[in-house]
Design a protein around this ligand. Structure first.
Ligand SMILES: Cc1cc2nc3c(=O)[nH]c(=O)nc-3n(C[C@H](O)[C@H](O)[C@H](O)COP(=O)(O)O)c2cc1C
Length: 226
């Protein structure tokens, strides 16, 4: 598989087969992912990988914590999105569009809010993936290091593609930052940034047919001096 193929075929996988990922193979992937670049080679990322019982404990905790208010706010001062109402509307348009594309694929109309919420809760089961990764960052890091965390995550996702695995980055776990912080006994300076579901994609689940579109190059790139 070429890098181009991996980039082109990676999607957010939201349904997985019930097949384990061997620890040694995951460790191999994460060893290679360490080659991700970061300013000053800080490598400002840490990972907690959960499977089996450790994963089930988190799923149970999530169902308990979120039952009363599944779509409640993210605690703290690092929301998942900025206020999309006050910045260029293009971002909100893109966010809504991919949401509609996804619910179209799985056939849940806008009016059926209860079904949409129920489906969203699959996030908190890692969409059935055998492995959940939690990406941890030192809260004293600046915006640069948060960007480098993103590079690391994309490296993991592309290496997963090469192995026939799929991933879904999951910032939804931000909602449970306080509980996860306590659960993992993180020190006062560390926080869970996001999660990532990882496993073998279910080829028969229609949600995995979603191939989210992208803005044309003309909206993104300005070529000068060519
Ligand atoms: C940092 C990050 C967090 C994300 N969090 C979630 C999430 O919590 N749940 C989810 O279903 N998708 C999540 N996504 C997936 C995005 O919705 C997805 O990447 C985007 O719609 C483009 O689709 P694609 O990844 O299939 O190309 C996240 C993506 C990123 C990069």
């Amino acid at each position: 598989m070429t890098v181009t193929e991996a980039v082109r075929q990676r999607i957010s996988t939201r349904a997985f087969l019930d097949e384990p990922i061997p620890k040694a193979e995951l460790a191999d992937l994460l060893t290679i992912a360490q080659r991700s670049p970061s300013g000053g080679n800080l490598q400002p990322w840490q990972v907690i990988a959960v499977a089996g019982e450790a994963k089930e404990e988190i799923i149970a905790m999530a169902q308990r914590v979120l039952a009363a208010d599944p779509m409640g706010p993210v605690p703290g001062d690092r929301p998942v999105y900025p206020d999309l109402k006050v910045i260029d509307p293009v971002y909100d348009v893109r966010r809504r569009r991919v949401g509609e594309m996804m619910y179209d694929k799985i056939g849940i109309p806008k009016e059926d809010r209860a079904a949409r919420i129920q489906w969203f809760m699959h996030n908190y089961r890692f969409f059935g993936a055998p492995v959940g990764l939690f990406l941890i960052i030192d809260t004293r890091m600046g915006h640069g290091q948060w960007a480098h965390m993103g590079m690391y995550m994309q490296t993991i996702a592309l290496l997963a593609e090469e192995r026939g695995w799929g991933t879904c980055m999951q910032e939804c776990w931000a909602r449970m930052r306080v509980e996860l912080h306590d659960h993992f006994k993180l020190d006062e300076h560390h926080m869970v940034y996001a999660g990532m579901a990882l496993g073998i994609p279910d080829p028969n689940d229609p949600v995995n047919d979603l191939y989210a579109d992208r803005a044309p190059l003309s909206e993104i790139v300005e070529f000068k001096g060519f």
